[in-house]
Design a protein around this ligand. Structure first.
Ligand code: SF4
Length: 374
């Protein structure tokens, strides 16, 4: 049974409708962010939970919302089907919430026949991180693969699959073949939501991950062009507001994965920031993550002088999105631009009870006036 801080975090995740199953993953994916997170002092895994842990969590679940079974906010998702008591725990949650949809994210390689029999009978939505179906690439990216099993479950669990996640690895032919293979496994798979993303790297990642990312960026727009035409519900992991084709994503409206929604949210927030700036002209500056800085200065050139680009020195590499910034990154930016009285930033940086991702608390009044906009 979980103890101490792990038990506390587990229940906190349950309050967000997430049941963390815990355990350690044996896949050693070279892009896994576990390494990066542990380097900055985050404990991002916990022991495998047992039925008693789950029973404690039941009271905190809201049965009108989907239940995320396997992953949480406090702990990185581990591969849920590696949990030795997955079926017992899944049965328990289904007994309590038979009607509520259970969402499970998996890499699909370790789902057994016994799992399949149960999954087919329950109200589940499966998000499969296929990554790629190219065997050579898979052997470079992960260990302990079970390719044939993945192919099998993509077909047999097709009706339960809600979303498929793919990496763009810098080779358009690999992407084309991945989509062809999905179609050949089961032609309904191309009707699913399919998320395309780049592999991200931090300053702690193996050098190969950085190489893949940099190379993939060169043909990323061509990949989007192709993907948009050949997938019914294309989704993209939005890492940068500026460097994304303006014309894309008009037909789909899935929240954070839609570039228009992402830009729209940013513009609503920035208007609030600018209205504060208007009242405190000459005294205020806007702190912007690299993911939004270029977009901002192009859209609002008249405010370029008060825009401060905040580098992510905590994680480094391609970790440029706003929620991945930390208090230390903010302080570094402020120290190098000391002349302002007010600094405006997104509340997304301190979204855990005014704490950042590394659980450091924001300084909002003294000695710095930090204004966080929602
Ligand atoms: S399967 Fe997921 S948790 Fe396991 S190593 Fe790969 S990325 Fe990390």
């Amino acid at each position: 049974m979980l103890q101490g801080e792990d038990a506390y975090k587990f229940i906190n995740d349950a309050k967000n409708n997430c049941i963390v199953l815990g355990g350690k993953c044996n896949k050693s994916c070279i892009f896994c962010s576990c390494l990066t997170q542990s380097k900055v002092g985050l404990k991002n895994w916990t022991d495998p939970i047992d039925k008693t842990d789950l029973q404690y969590a039941i009271d905190f679940i809201d049965n009108s919302m989907p239940i995320y079974f396997g992953e949480g906010v406090s702990f990185l998702s581990c591969e849920p089907f590696l949990h030795p008591k997955f079926l017992e725990l899944f049965e328990e949650i289904n007994n309590h919430f038979p009607q509520t949809v259970k969402r499970i994210t998996t890499i699909g390689t370790d789902i057994t026949r016994a799992h399949i029999d149960v999954l087919l009978k329950q109200n589940v939505e499966i998000f499969v991180s296929v990554n790629t179906l190219d065997k050579q690439w898979r052997s470079k990216l992960m260990k302990n693969d079970n390719y044939n099993n993945l192919i099998y479950i993509l077909d047999v669990l097709e009706e339960k699959i809600k979303q498929i996640n793919l990496f763009y690895l810098g080779d358009l032919d690999v992407l084309k073949k991945d989509l062809d293979r999905l179609y050949n496994i089961n032609n309904n798979l191309l009707q699913k939501q399919i998320l395309l993303r780049l592999i991200e790297y931090s300053k702690y990642s193996p050098s190969m991950v950085k190489k893949i990312h940099i190379n993939s960026k060169k043909s990323w727009h061509a990949a989007i062009e192709y993907f948009d035409k050949n997938v019914s519900y294309p989704l993209y992991w939005i890492r940068e507001l500026y460097n994304f084709p303006q014309t894309k994503m008009t037909k789909v409206s899935y929240g954070k994965f839609n570039i228009h929604t992402a830009r729209n949210d940013f513009n609503i927030r920035i208007k609030k920031a600018l209205s504060f700036v208007e009242d405190n002209l000459l005294d205020s500056a806007i702190l912007l993550a690299e993911s939004s800085y270029e977009y901002f200065i192009n859209k609002y050139p008249e405010y370029k002088d008060i825009a401060i680009k905040v580098e992510n020195k905590t994680f480094g590499g391609s970790y440029i999105a706003t929620p991945l910034l930390t208090k230390n990154d903010i302080l570094n930016a402020i120290i190098t631009h000391k002349k302002y009285e007010y600094y405006i930033a997104s509340s997304d940086i301190f979204s855990y009870n005014l704490r950042d991702l590394t659980r450091n608390k924001a300084i909002v009044d003294y000695p710095i006036n930090l204004i966080l906009v929602e």
